[in-house]
Ligand binder design. Structure first.
Ligand code: GUN
Length: 298
């Protein structure tokens, strides 16, 4: 029997989006300021195309000024840097996001570090990483996926995670590392695991909070989960399944949802968990960037 709560990221994201939309309307009315988001996509990666389209749609839905720059897969690095320089100096734009991964010939670090820290709504600039990891979280732009995960964890465990053990599976710059920093800031005792961690199931079994961000479909099963744990599944894996003799493609997380629900207190589904929250936090960061640019927030 499954007793776990299904953490409804879609509903939470819709609620937050509504607040952001209302605050955006008030910002326009009271200060004549419209938050602006520029999304840059390079190449034809189909998954990235979908994510970027969704980001643009949501930005428009919130009442933002929204632009998308689509560059060819073989674009020269200087041309990318030139575009970012223009966006850094464009007063209509408060947030800039360059969708990752980039084609191999482009240097991710040079490109992400060329975005002005004040417009870095992804939270990938060293200035923002430094603020996050040195305890100045309130002043940082926090990467969107971990920020969204944190809000869902807080809903179930409160803002102070003192005494709780958290395990993050995955050490990426986008999710694993900033996730660990946020959990630490909230007083959890944090272990970050990765592909070379010995006895991963044993480590996970000790955790009150599990955040899985590895990109391996259904890797974390109920047998790995401590009874009563809160489980956050960041994975978005496309897998082929047989339905009525037909092969179909479906999305699945890094967590085996059904078996995890047998043991855990609460689990995020895929889709409908972390994904919608990530986009919402991007809108949150962009609204904040706009307010900061006008001195309306400190
Ligand atoms: N690719 C996958 N996730 C992200 C993200 O949060 N930001 C950017 N820029 N690219 C991504």
């Amino acid at each position: 029997m499954s007793n776990a709560i299904r953490i409804d990221g879609k509903a939470k994201a819709a609620e937050l989006s509504e607040q952001i939309t209302a605050e955006t309307a008030a910002l326009k009315e009271q200060h004549g300021l419209q938050p602006g988001l520029a999304v840059v996509i390079i190449g034809e990666d189909p998954a990235s195309q979908v994510y970027v389209r969704n980001k643009g749609k949501r930005a428009e839905g919130c009442g933002f000024y929204s632009v998308q720059h689509s560059l060819d897969a073989d674009v020269a690095q200087d041309a990318v840097l030139e575009l970012i320089d223009e966006l850094n100096n464009d007063d209509r734009i408060h947030g800039i996001l360059v969708q990752l991964p980039l084609p191999d010939h482009l240097d991710e670090q040079t490109i992400t570090q060329s975005i002005s820290p004040a417009k870095d709504v992804d939270g990938f600039h060293f200035i923002n990483i430094g603020k996050l990891t040195s305890g100045n979280v309130a002043d940082a732009f926090v990467p969107c996926t971990p920020a969204g995960c944190m809000l869902m964890i807080e809903d179930h465990l409160g803002a102070d995670l003192s005494g709780l053990k958290a395990v993050v599976i995955g050490r990426s710059n986008i999710v694993g590392k900033p996730m660990g920093a946020l959990l630490l800031k909230a007083n959890a005792t944090v272990t970050t695991c990765h592909s070379r961690t010995p006895d991963l199931p044993g480590v996970v079994r000790d955790a009150d909070i599990v955040v899985a961000a590895v990109g391996r479909p259904n890797m974390v099963t109920g047998e790995w989960i401590k009874p009563g744990a809160v489980v956050i599944d960041v994975g978005i894996n496309r897998v082929e399944v047989e339905v009525d003799g037909e092969t179909r493609s479906k999305l699945t997380g890094d967590v085996d949802y059904d078996s995890a629900c047998e043991v855990a207190k609460a689990v995020t589904p895929v889709p409908g968990g972390v994904g919608p929250m990530t986009i919402t936090m991007l809108m949150f960061n962009t609204l904040r960037a706009a307010r900061l640019s006008a001195g309306l927030e400190s």
